[in-house]
Every structure is written in C-alpha cells, then in structure tokens.
Design a protein around this ligand. Structure first.
Ligand SMILES: [Fe+2]
Length: 356
C-alpha cells in the first residue's frame, strides 16, 4: 500500500534550468524529470524570454556562461517585481568563496557544485521548494489575518459609533424638545476641532465626547426636563446636577477619559459664572469650552415649544455678544466663521414634517 503522504503532494513543480552546456542540461533533466517539470535553456536571455509567458517555481542557474553570466542574470531578475521572488539555486564548477558570498548577497537561496551528485541535487531542491511552500503559506496566512484584523477593526469602530449614537438618542428621547441635540452638538464640536487644525483622532474623540455630554440628564426626572413653564429654584438645582451625574457615569470609560471631563464642564462659562465648579477662562478644559459653544449654538438653532429656530443673524449676534463672557473667544470666533460659511443656513434642526 502506498504512503498516504503521496496524496497530499502539491502538483508537479516547474524548474527552469539555465546552463550554456547542453550536456549539463541533459544531465539535469535526467536527474530531475521524474519528480519535476523541467525546462532547459542555454542562456540568460532565453530564460527571460521564457519567463515572459511562463511561471516557474525555481531556477537552476549556471554562474559561468558567455554573453550574460549568472551574476548579470541575478542583477536583472532581482530588480524585476514579478520575478524577484523566484527561488534560485546556483550551479558552480569551482569552490570560489567570493562568488558564493556575492550570490548570497544577491539573494540566491543555495549552491550546488558541479559535477552534480544526483541525490544531493534532489535533496537541496526539495528542501528549498519545501521552505518556499512554507514561506508562501505563512505569507498568505499573515495576509489573511491582517485583512481580517482590519475588517474587525472597522466593524468595531462602526459598532462603537453606533452604540454612542444610540446612547445619545436615549438621552435625547427623554427630552421631547431636544430631538437629535446630542448628535448635532457632537458634529458642531467636531467641526470646530477640525477648523482649529486638530488631528482626525482628536476630532473623532471630540465627536464622541459631544455625543454623550448630556448623558447625566438620565438622572434628572422627566417632569423637570420636559417642563415648559419656568423652573423653580429647586428644579433648576436638580437640572444643574446633570454634568456631575454624567461625569460619574462616564468615568468608567477609561479608554476616553476626556469624555467624563466634557460632560462635567460643558456648562462652565468663560467668565466663571457657570456650573458645577465655576471655573474661569482656561481653567475650563479645552474640550468643554468647545462643547459649550456648540451646545449653545444648537440651543439657538433648534425648535423649542415656545419658538422656532432663531434667524441666523440673531444667532450670530448672540454668539458675538457672549465672546469672553459665556464663550471662549477662540472657539466662539471659529463658530462665527462656520456660521459665515453656512450661507444656506443648513446647520440647524430641520423642521419636522407633519405626519412623520
Ligand atoms: Fe447640558
């Protein structure tokens, strides 16, 4: 009974033998043809012509040849993107160590000294081809795993964004007058960051921070959040707890520590009259100063129970008026630039169409 291993042998490998001596080529063919598919050519030029239309798994290269010698052949093939990875074994009649060293430097895999001994030649070829199979298998596996990793990363990234947006949606759902507020604040904050020259990663972080800045509203009773009449002092005090509640909830997101910071300080004012800590100017963390501007902008450009979206000119004047009091001057001016460019006044809550 034949060995099972025979069944898993790959298809016959193709070897290109290059030698100016026809006798040598006949000898090589005789030794290798039982196991391999051998093509023999008598010059480097003939080899390149053959390689134009054929692929091979290995090249046996005689070093001493007229016209184009083995070194010249190596020089050319190693510069050819399509051919440079083909494993090459050199055939040499002498034991010139310098030639061997030079060949190894040029990327040759192995040497066989002439006159060839059949068993040694077969073993060396088989060893190199086996190594090549393992390497190309490994390369394919690394390639496959890298692609899968990228696919998973992209999926994870999309999922993170979707989870954040969903969470932001649950916050906004509590307040029937602020539909889509968190997503808009996130987008306006990201736009400010972009205009300030922040990196894509920083812009993305700010987007996430904006999405969850109001998450603390989860801890505020619905009746207070949705009250249309004026809030009394006690109710206002409860509303003012939402930044701290948000910070406590978000503290666990250690991968993005600024997310808790954004929630905690987004109601601070540049003049120190905000809450919860009454921080002033640049004591207020930068991301909170950005969100503060974006948050106020969205409040003015979204519908309320008692009014529609404010006209763009009014919004512009209001932001301008509050530079240095409510808003950080740098980010307020950036917001004014964004408004200036928004000639069709697209950056606002769109009116809901009746029935939808
Ligand atoms: Fe808020």
């Amino acid at each position: 009974m034949e060995n099972d291993a025979i069944n898993i042998q790959p298809e016959t490998e193709r070897i290109l033998a290059i030698d100016d001596s026809k006798i040598n080529l006949v000898l090589i063919k005789n030794i290798l043809s039982k196991k391999y598919n051998v093509t023999a050519v008598t010059s480097g030029k003939a080899a390149f012509r053959y390689l134009e239309n054929n692929t091979v798994d290995m090249i046996l290269l005689d070093l001493r040849m007229p016209e184009m010698d083995g070194f010249e052949f190596l020089d050319i093939i190693k510069k050819d993107e399509r051919l440079k990875e083909i494993p090459i074994i050199c055939l040499t009649a002498d034991d010139d160590r310098d030639s061997e060293l030079h060949c190894f430097e040029l990327g040759v895999q192995d040497f066989i000294t002439k006159p060839v001994v059949a068993e040694i030649m077969l073993m060396r070829i088989s060893r190199i081809l086996e190594l090549e199979r393992l390497q190309s298998g490994l390369r394919a596996e690394v390639d496959r795993q890298t692609k899968e990793l990228h696919r998973n990363n992209r999926k994870l990234h999309r999922l993170t964004t979707q989870v954040m947006i969903t969470l932001a949606g649950t916050i906004d759902a509590k307040d029937k007058y602020t539909n889509g507020h968190s997503e808009r604040v996130a987008e306006y904050s990201r736009m400010i960051a972009e205009r300030c020259g922040m990196t894509e990663q920083e812009q993305e972080d700010i987007y996430y921070i904006g999405l969850l800045h109001d998450i603390g509203k989860i801890g505020v009773p619905d009746e207070i959040i949705n009250k249309t009449s004026r809030l009394n002092d006690e109710e206002y005090a409860i509303i003012k707890t939402h930044p701290m509640i948000g910070a406590e909830i978000l503290e666990k997101m250690s991968e993005l520590p600024d997310i808790a910071v954004g929630a905690k300080y987004h109601h601070e004012r540049y003049d120190g009259r905000g809450y919860p800590e009454g921080l002033k100017g640049e004591e207020i963390p930068l991301i909170a100063r950005i969100i503060g501007v974006a948050d106020a902008y969205d409040a003015m450009t979204s519908n309320r129970s008692y009014r529609d979206v404010l006209p763009q000119s009014v919004v512009r004047e209001e932001i301008d008026k509050c530079i240095g009091t409510q808003f950080d001057p740098v980010f307020a001016k950036v917001m004014l630039e964004i408004i200036q460019n928004d000639t069709d006044y697209n950056l606002r809550e769109k009116k809901k169409i009746a029935g939808n």
